[in-house]
Structures are given as C-alpha cells and as structure tokens.
Design a protein around this ligand. Structure first.
Ligand code: SF4
Length: 176
C-alpha cells in the first residue's frame, strides 16, 4: 500500500512507519547502517560496504552482505555479528517507500497531518463505539458505502445539535 502511494500515485505519505528490524540484544540494528541509494549499498558503522547479489529471497527480500575479510578483523564485530562470520542486512524490495515515509517524520507537514488525523480517528472511534458501526449490516461495497453515509449524517446531526442547541430561557416566576 505504501509503495503504491509513493511509486504509483506520487503521494507524500505522512504515515508513521515502524521499523521492525530494530534489535534489542545490544547489537547494531539496520538503522545503524546507512543506505546509499545511488550505489545501492549499505555503509556499516565501521565504514565498510555491504552489497547485494540482486537475488530476491522469498519474493521480496534482498540481502546485503559484508565481506568476511572485513568483519573478521573488525573491532566492532562483537556489537555487530558476534555469532556469524559476517553481517548481512535484509532489505525489502519496496523499502524505498518506508524510507520516503520516514523522511517526513518531524516535518511541519507531518505534524499538521498528525493533528488532523487525530480528529478523524476520534470520529471513527465515535462511529464504532457510540453509533455501533463496528460491524456493517448491509452487504457489498455499495451497502458499506450507504451505511457509512447514513452514519456520517447521523454523526454530523448530533454534532450540529450539540453546537447550536441552547437551553430554553428560564421561565419568569409569576407571583400572584
Ligand atoms: S563487523 Fe563487519 S559489518 Fe559489522 S561493523 Fe565490522 S566490518 Fe562492518
């Protein structure tokens, strides 16, 4: 989906992307390696290059491998690949799209989108919890569309009522 947004639609994705490659055993994560899109290599913390043969594994992953000769003599090896002869970094063939998404994190546009998205997500939460739209009752895309439109109308009417409704003026007490 992210790849479709970036590559096919040319949309700047203001979407938080979690990095699942982060390691928690004290060794270097993929984010400690810098990817160079021009020469299609990773640069490791020791300044060496990790290249790929171009073979796609499991239909979606490229492996970037460091040279065994480099790793054998590297002082950072215990923090990098203590149990392997050399380090390898897996990279999804569509990793460019998450990279583009991550590059927007912290920008003014990203923060604005985040604030506006919160408002929309609150509406969806309201639809699910208060208007009981957690499950659709009509079938098919048309049914879903009709149900959402009706629910949105109901939601907007509720909001409108809460914005314009005023309590009736207090009745003056008649004292005979
Ligand atoms: S062990 Fe290999 S990949 Fe890791 S920092 Fe050293 S040279 Fe680079």
């Amino acid at each position: 989906m992210l790849n479709w947004l970036v590559e096919e639609k040319g949309i700047a994705p203001h979407i938080p992307v979690f990095d699942k490659s982060k390691r928690d055993d004290g060794t270097f994560s993929r984010s400690d390696f810098r990817y160079d899109p021009t020469s299609d290599v990773y640069h490791c913390p020791s300044g060496k290059q990790l290249g790929t043969s171009g073979t796609v594994h499991e239909g979606k992953t490229l492996l970037y491998r460091a040279s065994k000769l480099d790793c054998q003599v590297c002082p950072l090896k215990p923090q990098c690949c203590p149990k392997e002869p050399s380090r390898k970094i897996p990279r999804d063939i569509h990793e460019h799209a998450p990279d583009v998404a991550r590059s927007f994190v912290g920008t003014e546009g990203f923060e604005t989108s985040r604030r506006q998205r919160k408002k929309i997500e609150m509406r969806f939460a309201h639809l699910k919890r208060i208007l009981r739209l957690g499950r659709l009752r009509l079938r098919g895309p048309r049914g879903a569309q009709d149900e959402f439109v009706l629910a949105a109308i109901a939601q907007n009417l509720r909001r409108l009522a809460s914005l314009v409704a005023r309590p009736p003026p207090a009745q003056a007490l008649c004292v005979a």
